[in-house]
Design a protein around this ligand. Sequence first.
Ligand code: C2E
Ligand code: MG
Ligand code: MG
Ligand code: MG
Length: 268
Amino acid sequence: MRYGTQVEQALRRAIIADEVAVHFQPIVDLIDGSIQGFEALARWTDRELGFVSPAVFIPLAEERGFIDSLTETLLKKAAETAKHWPSDMFLSFNLSSAQLIDPATGFNMLAIINRVGLDPRRLELEITETAMMSDPEIAAKVIDELHTIGIRVSLDDFGTGQSSLGRLREFAFNKLKIDRSFISEITVDKSSEHIVRAILMMCEGLNLKVIAEGIETEEQAEMLRSLGCRSGQGWHYGKAVDSAETFRLIEAQQAAQFGSRSAYIVTP
Ligand code: C2E
Ligand code: MG
Ligand code: MG
Ligand code: MG
């Protein structure tokens, strides 16, 4: 059997058996390290295939036409965890390209989080430029609809793919995520530093918030702070963790802020 077909069958089974999990990577304030929110990342380990990357199974689910049911399970799980976080923390969730050409996406996303009970104002949806490219007109409508509902929209992996600055003018994004490829070079390659500096200046003018992706070292974090970047995520601050661990991280942070008797404990 072809690997793709084997993965597809295993994935269909896993969705039905509820074996695809969601993990959460903290997004932090680069000045004091406090958690601002988490990005949901799909995780799946098959008994026979072992760990399969979402970079493999998400495109496969799109191609084979079952991304909607997969997204529904993932968003539902993510929202069930997120609704128990302190109310000033957001959930960032990746939208796939198929969802950007579906005019019903806004409605569908809202229906899922309403059922769970997560305030739409705490949800951010990440989209990539490549995903928007297949039908920019419908994508623009989907984005407008999300704004109307109160869901924020972030531009993911900025600087890769078919980047166009015009897109920043045409589409109403709330945030821009600088791709990891720039951050990993920022302390060793002057041109990456200049590009990040320029992106930060541009975003300030455009009133866009910025998140630096893939911060792996304190040197990179320090460089980003010196350039005026406020938010970031990456292994230096933490890899994606399971739902229960998000609450331990939040409690540890609250204990550090308020002393050992924390002002309020969050447990689902
Ligand atoms: P992404 O949205 O750009 O997510 C960031 C990726 O970078 C994640 O890979 C994350 O684990 C990884 N990462 C975070 N910090 C670091 C770091 O410091 N160093 C390095 N080397 N990597 C870091 P992951 O989890 O393998 O996901 C890959 C891609 O799959 C995501 O890229 C996203 O496009 C897609 N994806 C993941 N989960 C979902 C989902 O639930 N729905 C959809 N539609 N796409 C998803
Ligand atoms: Mg993302
Ligand atoms: Mg990204
Ligand atoms: Mg990516």
